[in-house]
Design a protein around this ligand. Structure first.
Ligand SMILES: [Zn+2]
Length: 332
């Protein structure tokens, strides 16, 4: 559908927000307005709550659930958080809706509810057992980041000066995820691992949150080649707003988020850029992005840089909506 400047801004989708991961342990009223703090503290959310999501016009959030790598049974905490989130979505049923299928995507758009996509950030949640994937899937999980900040039995994580490959179990996990309809998320994977995923995958895969190495050469960021491969699969590259990692002098601003999105578009085409803020996962956000309410401002900054309204709407949400419609429709 064509858009023009007189149309309201399109729906916003954020592919990576960690807020709910902490809420089963930390007192934080998701349904109350919170003032943003200048610096976030680990495990103390403040970037996102329900009133601010509504104010910003966010339509879908991919909620990250972070398994604890230091305990013998990380899945326990994940199931606990999943139960908590299900309770939250039920309690706020007039505003929130769990997204498990393409029908759910349409329901959210029709009723103006915020679609909640449940994702796990770190394959150590599987505890080395692929059957765990199906159990998570039954609890509504629709995407998983293979590895987080520590190496696990699926893969080494990306780290300064080091590359690495998926393990045999990691490759099996990718196949199983594709089989049961869980999106493979390559955020935090080293370059070799991303290449492996692109070579073996049969379905689109994403990087839910990251940035372009060619704009800011940080070890956590992805090469142009990797982002092209994501695009070739029909996937998405979500750009995060981590101040230190989107600009070489570590003083990233909202304009650097625009630079990052522009580079994704240049390298992989207009169907690939997406938003993956890392709200309440990032310690410090780009200047000009205090909290989730900055997302419409980001859309405005894209237009100021000459993005046409349609392409800007695509990056802010429509690319992700098309991806979800497609991916969640195909029967696993
Ligand atoms: Zn992350």
């Amino acid at each position: 559908m064509a858009t023009n400047t007189s149309n309201p801004p399109g729906p916003i989708v954020d592919l990576h927000v960690d807020t709910l991961s902490w809420l089963s342990r930390i007192p934080y009223r998701f349904d109350r307005f919170h003032k943003p703090w200048p610096i976030s503290y680990l495990l103390r959310p403040n970037h996102v709550d329900l009133p601010r999501l509504k104010e910003a016009g966010v339509r879908f959030v991919w909620w990250g659930i972070v398994p604890n790598p230091l305990v013998p049974r990380p899945s326990k905490g994940v199931f606990k958080t999943l139960r908590y989130i299900h309770g939250l979505v039920e309690k706020h049923g007039e505003d929130l809706h769990l997204v498990q299928s393409s029908d759910d995507v349409e329901t959210c758009l029709r009723l103006g509810k915020i679609g909640c996509v449940l994702t796990i950030e770190g394959g150590h949640a599987l505890e080395g057992r692929l059957d765990m994937l199906e159990r998570f899937r039954e609890q509504g999980v629709r995407a998983m980041v293979l590895v987080h900040l520590t190496d696990n039995d699926l893969s080494p994580c990306s780290r300064k000066g080091r590359d690495g490959e998926l393990t045999a179990l990691g490759k099996e996990a990718v196949r199983e995820m594709e089989r049961i309809g869980v999106v493979v998320d390559v955020a935090h994977l080293p370059e070799k691992g991303i290449r492996q995923v692109s070579e073996m995958s049969r379905r689109p895969f994403v990087c839910s949150h990251g940035a372009m190495h060619s704009v800011c050469p940080h070890w956590r960021n992805l090469s142009d080649d990797s982002v092209r491969r994501i695009g070739d699969s029909g996937g998405l590259m979500g750009v995060f707003f981590i101040r230190e990692w989107i600009r070489p002098d570590r003083k990233g601003t909202i304009q650097d988020a625009v630079n990052q999105l522009s580079r994704v578009k240049e390298v992989a085409g207009p169907a690939v850029p997406a938003i993956g803020s890392d709200f309440d996962g990032a310690l410090r956000l780009a200047l000009g992005i205090e909290d989730v309410r900055a997302l419409p401002k980001l859309a405005a900054s894209l237009s100021e840089r000459g993005w046409d309204p349609e392409t800007s709407d695509d990056a802010m949400g429509m690319n992700a909506i098309r991806f979800m419609r497609r991916f969640f429709r195909e029967a696993p």
